[in-house]
Write a protein that binds this ligand. Sequence first.
Ligand code: DP6
Length: 322
Amino acid sequence: MKQASARAHSNIALIKYWGKRDARLNLPAVGSISITLADLYTDTTVSFDDTLAADQARIGGAEVDPGRLSGFLDIVRETAGTNVPARIVSENNFPTGAGLASSASGFAALALAATRAAGLEMSPRALSILARRGSGSAARSLFGGLVEMHRGQDEDGLDAFAEPILAQNAWPLEVVVAITDNASKKVNSTIGMSDLDARSDFYDGWLAHAEDDLSSMREAIKARDFATVGALSEMSCLKLHGLMLSTRPGLIYWNAATVSAMHAVREMRASGLDVYFTIDAGPQVKALCAPGQGQAVAAELAQVPGVLETRLTALGPDAAVL
Ligand code: DP6
């Protein structure tokens, strides 16, 4: 039996990925820029075991159908030249499938653990390309700090990988996650962003401005210009949700508390706190805070009706073998 374990941290996109240029290879239609979170992570152990009849998976203590994970392991097995089944055991230290990027940390941890268990030594870039096959956002979770995912042009996807923009300790931003619902989301990202060409009249506009948004964000990050980073993040989030709302059938990921928390963030800003919101394919609100402001923001968000829990986190590190 060959076994390895890895930890990967969740990430939150500031400039969002939504839409695919190739569904089979999971190539994104747009690049994205994200922030890796210290306190939200997945630990995964993969054991290739020739006494198993088929792959098995246990997530958060429950046996699950290994379907999507098996498909991913097949890529690793093909690369390693083996067909031995594996057991996957994975734990998130946060709610799974509720818009907290569990597929990002999950597939990044799986890519690292599975390749190591299979005896493969891959570069961070090769791991990022591999993790992308599991989930687009997972390509970013190989890296700590602030990270950019490249859309790429090539048909084989070898230029669609993530790489760091700023290291974990280069800019001590903070993020407050306000949890408004612990249930799994109704429409997962993969389904929500499928066939957007046919399903949304807003998709062309989304694609047309993606490169400009990315380059503005890249510059603002390099200049440590928090107000611009924050404003671009809120804009990309609202644009994403405009696209989601425009999709047939319309995707409404927000609940009442999500909207209350968005207003609360804007009120905090009006009263002098440096904070901006972002939201993914779920009802949780993530507040991006300038260094040192996270605690005050968390205390305010905890008072918002419908906010069940808040978590304050710093920027996280690269994924690592345990
Ligand atoms: C809204 O990476 O979960 O969080 O590639 O189909 O697995 P798949 O999608 P996924 O989508 C993430 C969408 C998002 C924005 C983002 O993280 O960039």
